[in-house]
Write a protein that binds this ligand. Structure first.
Ligand code: CA
Length: 292
């Protein structure tokens, strides 16, 4: 098994750093601090990290072709104009569920955003997965989700991988990409004992899955059959998500959390809440832009 170590490139001290996504045009990394209600753009070449305070918990921020970021919040899906800092609503498919918020999301190869929800109190099975279409309507794909997290599509677009964290499993579905629907849910694999909980996820050019390990001190690379192929060690217990980026899409950016750490935990993990970086020796597909 290959073992690598990630380096901290931004000592951000985020409470719940999440949702990294690389923007090729501006060569920067968008990421959020969910608990601090902050959207960030980090430029690794200059080290500059710009921050937008969006005033409520923000689970995801993904780039749209227009240059805006699409956000997933407690009030639903919104659009952030980076010039003005203004947030405008798109749609809230859960406007009757005041105790839910959006969590992880990813744009599919057709330019639609798939985004899931969870209970603010982490109540089981109250969340769902939605698809925000290019015309800004939303469809529910399925419910009975506890903490909707990582997503990835196989290169042939026929398989959708999905993480509902408390299950400790990566699920697989058959995917009809043209229709934007999934069916035939099954367990692809369960995390080995001692690796914590699966959180964010991305897929590489060899079809292998990179899974961020909440309470697992790193990111693990799995064959979709469940074989553990490698691990990137991160000196933080709560690792939240990862994405490919950089000029050649062969660099992995990793977000982490400092949430739930007491004073001795913060001493032991001084870089908790930072953004980490690693060159894993394999690349991944470019970021899809939301086309609505
Ligand atoms: Ca997450």
């Amino acid at each position: 098994m290959q073992t690598l170590t990630a380096e901290c490139v931004l000592d951000a001290k985020a409470v719940l750093g999440e949702g990294p996504v690389w923007r090729a045009e501006t060569r920067d990394l968008v990421w959020v601090d969910i608990e601090s209600a902050k959207v960030n753009c980090f430029d690794p070449s200059s080290g500059e990290n710009r921050t937008w305070d969006v005033e409520e918990k923000v689970g995801l921020a993904v780039p749209a072709q227009s240059g805006d970021l699409i956000l997933g919040m407690t009030v639903g899906l919104t659009r952030l104009n980076l010039e003005s800092g203004k947030v405008t609503p798109i749609i809230d498919p859960e406007k009757d569920l005041l105790n839910n918020r959006f969590n992880d999301g990813k744009v599919d190869p057709e330019g639609r955003l798939w985004a899931g929800t969870m209970g603010l109190d982490e109540a089981p099975n109250v969340g769902s997965l939605y698809r925000l279409n290019r015309n800004q309507s939303a469809d529910k794909l399925f419910g009975q989700v506890s903490i909707s997290n990582g997503m990835a599509w196989s290169a042939d677009q026929k398989t959708f991988y999905y993480i509902d964290s408390p299950t400790r499993q990566v699920a697989a579905f058959d995917c009809d990409m043209e229709a934007g629907t999934v069916s035939n849910r099954r367990v692809a694999f369960e995390l080995p004992e001692g690796m914590g909980y699966p959180d964010g996820m991305c897929i590489d050019d060899e079809g292998m899955l990179w899974v961020a390990l909440w309470q697992g001190w790193g990111v693990a690379r799995f064959d979709p059959s469940g074989e553990l192929l490698g691990k990137i060690d991160v000196p933080v217990e709560r690792v939240t998500s990862c994405c490919f980026g950089g000029d050649n899409w062969d660099e992995l950016y990793i977000t982490t959390a400092s949430r739930d750490l007491d004073e001795s935990g913060k001493m032991a993990q001084p870089q908790a809440g930072g953004v980490f970086h690693c060159k894993p020796g394999v690349g991944g597909p470019p970021t899809n832009l939301y086309l609505g």
